[in-house]
Write a protein that binds this ligand. Structure first.
Ligand code: F6R
Length: 242
């Protein structure tokens, strides 16, 4: 695992955006795995700026997002589809036919999870971007998730619901309790993984990821078994590391 320590969120967002935009420049037909949440917001803004200023093109890029809430239609303001449009897709030249997220509003969530996994199994994600939950989750693979897991309907833990309430008027009752998420095995098939972690609330998860045991209690620790992972972490997130 390669660890890049940076000063703060701004530097993290620049560093990670450079890794991603360089990857797109080197391979204009790249397949990217994408994440939502607070961590990549500035990274995506930097990709948009790079697209506008330097002409980096996404017209042949394909994307697969990690997850989507169950119960929100695509155009709900807190759906991950809306998040991706608002923060990235609407501001670059991506072809929406090449954009993939699980759908959270179908009649059969398990069939949707199976459809998404089958798509993932028929392709190769070249570069997968990840955030990390305060409890060490990746995607919505909460502690205890099997390392063998593929895309599935998953329950969010109370900790994740509490953490995500900030996007739902601070009201935990409005946060969906389930999601469709790529599994850890689906994530691990990516050729390269880039995980970003910023802020003091990620300290414990980062410590466990880098120095703890490889265990299903800490889903992100699966990444230690992957041959090509880069962590970009800021000083606050790295504070407990030796
Ligand atoms: C997002 C995702 C989650 C987040 C994680 C961190 O698509 O799958 O695993 O990466 O919850 O969220 P933030 O960045 O909001 O702290």
């Amino acid at each position: 695992m390669k660890i890049i320590k940076v000063k703060d969120y701004a530097e993290l967002s620049e560093t990670a955006a450079k890794i991603m935009s360089d990857a797109v420049k080197n391979n204009p037909k790249i397949t990217l795995g994408l994440a939502t949440g607070g961590s990549p917001v500035q990274l995506y803004a930097n990709l948009v700026a790079d697209h506008k200023n330097n002409g980096t093109s996404y017209k042949d890029v394909t994307t697969y997002n990690l997850d989507e809430y169950i119960g929100l239609d695509q155009n709900h303001e807190q759906s991950y589809y809306t998040f991706m449009r608002t923060n990235l897709f609407d501001h670059i030249d991506i072809d929406f036919n090449n954009v993939h997220l699980p759908k959270g509003d179908t009649d059969d969530h398990q069939a949707e999870a199976d459809r998404y996994e089958a798509m993932l199994e028929s392709t190769t994600v070249d570069l997968q971007l990840l955030g990390i939950g305060t409890n060490g989750h990746i995607g919505f693979n909460e502690p205890g998730s099997s390392f063998e897991g593929v895309t599935a309907v998953v329950d969010l833990t109370p900790e994740t619901i509490e953490s995500n309430a900030r996007y739902f008027e601070g009201n935990e009752d409005l946060v969906p309790t389930e999601a469709i998420s790529m599994g850890i095995a689906s994530i691990m098939r990516a050729k390269e993984i880039l995980l970003i972690a910023s802020g003091a609330n990620k300290q414990k998860a980062v410590l466990a990821l880098v120095e703890g045991d490889i265990s299903e209690d800490l889903p992100a620790s699966a990444l230690r078994n992957h041959p090509n992972v880069t962590l970009v972490i800021d000083d606050a997130a790295a504070a407990l590391l030796k």
